[in-house]
Design a protein around this ligand. Structure first.
Ligand SMILES: NC(=O)c1ccc[n+]([C@@H]2O[C@H](COP(=O)([O-])OP(=O)(O)OC[C@H]3O[C@@H](n4cnc5c(N)ncnc54)[C@H](O)[C@@H]3O)[C@@H](O)[C@H]2O)c1
Length: 458
């Protein structure tokens, strides 16, 4: 079968896999190949047990795989065949050298660019799908177009705005798709080719075009604004706990205002995920490198409030459990950084677990999708750590339950059964404000929620 276009995606992770599955499903006329250096990941994408959990993903992959969606480890062949290459490799925070702890580590990205260059025999469009510092496209064009042959690479920015847990819905019906390119004739032509892909299923008015720098910076800005809302409400949750104001009531009242809006105003133990912290720190680093220190400090405070909120959660547990958790069994309900994903990157649960282990608690972790990742994350801790899928088993004989992920399942548990199986007095620390606190208190629990006066029996 001949296809209209050959699309390649380098990087088969949380972004590359679902995004290409959607393009494959919506555009049967294109051949879509996803490659990765990780052989195990590619084998999993080819199997019935996909490497990531996302509602609706496995159904989507089943309809397209081996029809026009292919997974492979042969990156070089993929590059040779492709007309358009999406690059969706990871861009973590640099851990070494200049900018360590803040700047984006672009080594994977640059390696990919060089590999594209080495294996290309004709001109191609290179799409930045990874989140990158503003002005990366310039560096990429220099690397790619520094060759002596007569082929040209046009770098286009098409940042991904999907949210894990709702990736398939977000991809199918995005708020917007952003495509940025240089404003030269070649740039505009390349931009149009990418627009044409999305126009197969996204309404044209939702596909927005911009210059390449605006596109790169918009992604960092969107994540910074989202995280800023969480830190804003979380900072005020601390004030609520001191004043008997209720953060959910405050958020509701504030969010009803149309200029503010209700979303992303849920107080919690803190935000996690691979992107918010890394992208904000990247923004901070870029601002610093342009001497914009006030702007850098402003955005850095969003990350600092988040770290403080996690720390406060542990302190709250300690203070209320008579200043010690040593030897006490504590059940953690949830380890994923949010519901409907198995992703644990930068999850507040990681920080809370480490903190509780340092205090010598016995930590029992329960999560419906994230136990595999949790075990990997905590492989250096051999003692005082138990994993179980069954939340009732986790809570049995524990002194406290801490809710760290807003999985729907945790709302629907039989808390009378849980209370009766726990050591008394029994504590619940609801880090996601998803439980019925008054009812739990009346049952006999001592209840500590975020941004609410504690409900305790002593
Ligand atoms: N996860 C999200 O929700 C999300 C949302 C929007 C944007 N992003 C951005 O998208 C990018 C990818 O994120 P992710 O969560 O999918 O990361 P990920 O770690 O899940 O996936 C990246 C993949 O790239 C592969 N890879 C690295 N170097 C490679 C190379 N040289 N050749 C082939 N494969 C290579 C890795 O093996 C990995 O499987 C990041 O820049 C991230 O900031 C992520």
């Amino acid at each position: 079968m001949t296809f209209e276009k050959n699309i390649l995606c380098i990087g088969a992770g949380y972004v590359g896999g679902p995004t290409m599955a959607m393009i494959g499903a919506k555009c049967p006329q294109y051949k879509v190949t996803v490659v990765d250096i990780d052989m195990n990941k590619i084998a999993a994408w080819k199997s019935d047990s996909l490497p990531i959990y996302e509602p609706g993903l496995s159904e989507l992959v089943k309809t397209t795989r081996d029809r026009n969606l292919f997974f492979s480890t042969d990156i070089e062949a993929g590059i040779r065949e492709a007309n358009i290459i999406f690059v969706s490799v990871n861009t973590p925070t640099k851990t070494f050298g200049q900018g360590a702890g803040k700047a984006a580590d672009l080594q994977y990205w640059e390696k990919t660019a060089r590999q594209i260059l080495a294996n290309s025999k004709d001109s191609k469009i290179i799409v930045e799908k990874s989140t990158l510092p503003v002005r990366t496209a310039k560096a990429m064009e220099r690397i790619l177009n520094g060759n002596s042959e007569k082929i040209h690479f046009e770098v286009v920015s098409n940042p991904e705005f999907l949210a894990e847990g709702s990736a398939i819905k977000d991809l199918e019906n995005p708020d917007r798709v952003l495509i940025g390119s240089s404003e030269t004739e070649k740039g505009i032509r390349a931009r149009k080719e990418i627009v044409d892909i999305y126009a197969n299923w996204v309404a044209r008015e939702k596909i927005i075009e911009s210059n390449v720098w605006s596109s790169e910076l918009s992604k960092l800005t969107a994540n910074a604004f989202l995280a800023q809302r969480v830190s804003s409400i979380n900072s005020l949750s601390a004030l609520c706990e001191k004043t008997e104001a209720d953060i959910d009531e405050v958020a509701h009242a504030v969010g009803m205002e149309s200029r503010i809006g209700p979303r992303f105003l849920k107080a919690s133990v803190g935000f996690g995920g691979s992107c918010f912290k890394k992208d904000i720190l990247n923004l901070v680093y870029i601002c610093q490198s342009y001497g914009l220190n006030e702007v850098a400090d402003y955005w850095e405070s969003v990350v600092k409030i988040n770290e403080w909120q996690e720390k406060r959660f542990i302190q709250n547990m300690l203070i209320n459990m008579f200043n010690t958790v040593a030897g006490k069994r504590i059940a953690l309900f949830g380890f994923a950084f949010k519901a409907d994903t198995g992703d644990t990157r930068e999850s507040p649960a990681l920080y809370i677990t480490r903190g509780l282990l340092e205090e010598r608690a016995l930590v029992v972790i329960s999560d419906p999708e994230a136990l595999g990742n949790a075990k990997r994350d905590l492989k250096d801790f051999n003692e005082n750590l138990i994993f179980t899928e069954d939340p009732y088993e986790a809570a049995r004989e524990s002194h406290a339950v801490a809710v760290l992920t807003e999985w729907r399942q945790f709302k629907e548990l039989d808390y009378t059964r849980i209370l009766n199986s726990m050591c008394q007095p029994a504590f619940i620390f609801d880090g996601r404000n998803i439980l019925d606190h008054r009812r739990l208190f009346e049952m006999g629990f001592n209840v500590f929620a975020i941004g609410k006066a504690p409900l305790k029996h002593f």
